[in-house]
Design a protein around this ligand. Structure first.
Ligand code: 5GP
Ligand code: MN
Length: 336
């Protein structure tokens, strides 16, 4: 481990830097990455953002998005940048498995590895850690890093503020989860002062739904939503044929699980989808119900208490059945 002073001194002269984030990046992953990018380039660093995979179109408007390298589309270039970097920032994840094959290259790289993250149970691969599970978003921690570790509030310009606001907004469910504390609202206000146009960001992220997606959502709600009143649980499961029929792409399924959770009385919602390689589960819960525990224990996954995910190598039907068979174990918690 290195100290804050060591890292500050390292960052006081221009360096080769890589920023990377998790598989299928979301608003917080890209917001943190591009926010940190916009900060670091002002200090004269040579910075590359490498996303392990592609990410939804509704995030492509962010400042400097055109600079992002997608690992699966440029493996050789990505590995070269990782190997040559002096510093690698790992944002919004804390286990190298979350960045697929890129993870082993990061592990082997000689760079100083900096983790900025808010997920439980960090793996031990980093040299410097700015980590807090109480943060509503990694973007909040990037802001805190710039303000309180680097002590450079003057470098929070419009681009930095726009990206960090996006991360905080998306990961806090538009400031409605318990993680959106008064402090988070204060940070949001500071970011608006620094140039983030909150109304525009909200519109770009949320009022940017494709016709396909809205029709797919309608299909899921009218044909696929299963309410299990005995367990205060709702499930939406979709198979490969349905995904093909609606030409569903990355990001098109984002947020559908929240509709299942919004049904009155529902404490746990699952969106279970048959991807090409495996079946993926997205869980959401309310209150103290530990969605991450189910994912960790039964579906090789994890996440936060109220938003977690995992996967299964079984068929879609078997996965749905397995999920249902777990519910009796949690029945008491589902009726709190
Ligand atoms: P989502 O349901 O949006 O895909 O994921 C919600 C949260 O669950 C993510 O922020 C992440 O923390 C966690 N998560 C999702 N999928 C996985 C997974 O396969 N493994 C682990 N460890 N966490 C996951
Ligand atoms: Mn996050």
């Amino acid at each position: 481990m290195i100290t804050s002073a060591d890292l500050k001194s390292l960052l006081s002269v221009p360096q080769q830097i890589v920023i990377t984030t998790h598989h299928k990046p979301d608003g917080d992953a890209m917001g943190s990455s591009l926010g940190l990018y916009a900060y670091l380039i002002q200090k004269g660093h040579h910075v590359s953002v490498i996303a392990p995979t592609d990410y939804p179109e509704f995030l492509h408007w962010m400042p400097n998005n055109s600079e992002v390298i997608i690992y699966t589309e440029a493996e050789e270039q990505s590995v070269k940048l990782v190997n040559e970097a002096a510093i690698i920032f790992c944002l919004d994840f804390n286990a190298l498995g979350r960045i697929n094959n890129l993870g082993e290259h990061v592990r082997e790289a000689s760079a100083v590895k900096v983790m900025i993250d808010h997920h439980l149970d960090p793996e031990d691969f980093d040299d410097y850690r700015h980590w807090n599970i109480n943060a509503c978003a990694s973007a909040q921690l990037v802001y805190d890093f710039i303000m309180n570790v680097m002590e450079e509030p003057q470098l929070v310009n419009k681009d930095v503020a726009t990206c960090l606001y996006t991360g905080i907004m998306t990961d806090s469910g538009s400031f409605r989860f318990p993680s959106a504390t008064a402090e988070v609202y204060r940070i949001a206000a500071d970011l608006i002062d620094a140039g983030a146009e909150h109304w525009r960001i909200h519109q770009l992220v949320y009022d940017n739904v494709s016709e396909t997606r809205i029709k797919f959502l309608g299909y899921c709600l009218s044909h696929k939503l299963e309410i299990l009143r005995d367990f205060n649980t709702a499930i939406i499961s979709v198979n490969k044929q349905e995904l093909e029929q609606f030409k569903i792409e990355t990001g098109d399924t984002e947020g559908i699980v929240n509709y299942a959770l919004s049904v009155n009385g529902i404490k746990l919602a699952a969106f279970i989808i048959e991807r090409t390689d495996k079946v993926k589960l997205s869980l959401r819960s309310t209150g103290d119900f530990p969605a991450n525990e189910i994912c960790k224990k039964y579906f090789n996954g994890g996440g936060h208490r109220n938003a977690a995910g995992g996967s299964s190598d079984q068929s879609l039907e078997q996965t749905v059945a397995a999920f249902k068979s777990i519910l009796p174990e949690y029945k008491a918690l589902l009726f709190v």
